[in-house]
Design a protein around this ligand. Sequence first.
Ligand SMILES: Cc1ncc(COP(=O)(O)O)c(C=O)c1O
Length: 362
Amino acid sequence: MTRPTRALIDLAALRQNYLIARHIHQGRALAVVKANAYGHGAIQCAQALSGTADGFAVALMSEALELRQAGITLPILVLEGCFDVQELEDACINHIWVAVHQASQINMLADCNLPPASLHVWLKVDSGMHRAGFALSAVSEAHARLAACPAVASITLMSHFARADEPTESATDQQIKAFEHATQHLPGARSLSNSAGVLAWPSANKDWARPGILLYGANPLPASYIEQHPHHTLLPVMCLESKVFAVKTLQPGEALGYGGTFIAEHPTRVGLVAIGYADGYPRSAPTGTPVAIDGQPSRVVGRVSMDMLNVDLTALPEAGIGSRVELWGRQIDINTVAQRANTIAYELLCNVKRVQRVYIGK
Ligand SMILES: Cc1ncc(COP(=O)(O)O)c(C=O)c1O
């Protein structure tokens, strides 16, 4: 028997989530497929979205080139922009759009000898996140310098939110207003919204959205907000699953696994599952983190090890060797697992490795 650990990836759900984003945003949307499509497989996801999406965004030029080599022909934006002249040339040859967020990138563009009108540029404005982008006071000059470069075919104005996943915080509203003010006299399309922007900030909806995490069915907003907005219901795309491959009963007082962090108080029937932190299931998930066993709710017990973890079978007498365990997916909300493990769904998804990805809903 091969190790029964796999990530089922539902490409129909991916397409549906994309369409939800575009419906809410009411403009075009670049599907963000960086970091191997948040662990879902960039090529497979881009292929599945190719008849539906307006284009894609990735972080790195190498990610964009990988998609082009796989035959993806829709627009692709590189969010970090180019690191050297070679990447600028790659962008031109492969019709890849590039973000420009600092003066050195404009200098490089002005100095190199690219064909006229060969490059579509997204000028990144720092509207308040203070991570990357031109300061509000420097945007007009950066725009003018880019517009003067013969190689530049078009300039789209973009910014990114720091706190759009906090719908009661004023920071996002301030970023939107700051962006609008700093760019009011500049021509070109606009792009502000990430997933949380699309879902919670209608005034951020401009010409282009850039949804990432929502495509994969993980809502970045607080549970209370999600409950009040059921029409935004997203479908989980990944189901991370494995099987029980050994069973034992712990007697009261017996400790389980590394560190003996779980000590049985009653006779406790536990199942050993073929997944661990080397597969991307977080070691920080404590006893009590929910799992589903043959569709029934249960929990992780003891410390997660590199290749295995234990689940509680005490209340599930029917369960045993071969029982299917869902770590996250349709039954187990990845946001709950992330919360228990002190992290976010983004990190859990990006960390999935060593498991076979099985694509359904093609
Ligand atoms: C510039 C930019 N746009 C869009 C996204 C997508 O964000 P999210 O996954 O929260 O939708 C990211 C993600 O980090 C980003 O850096």
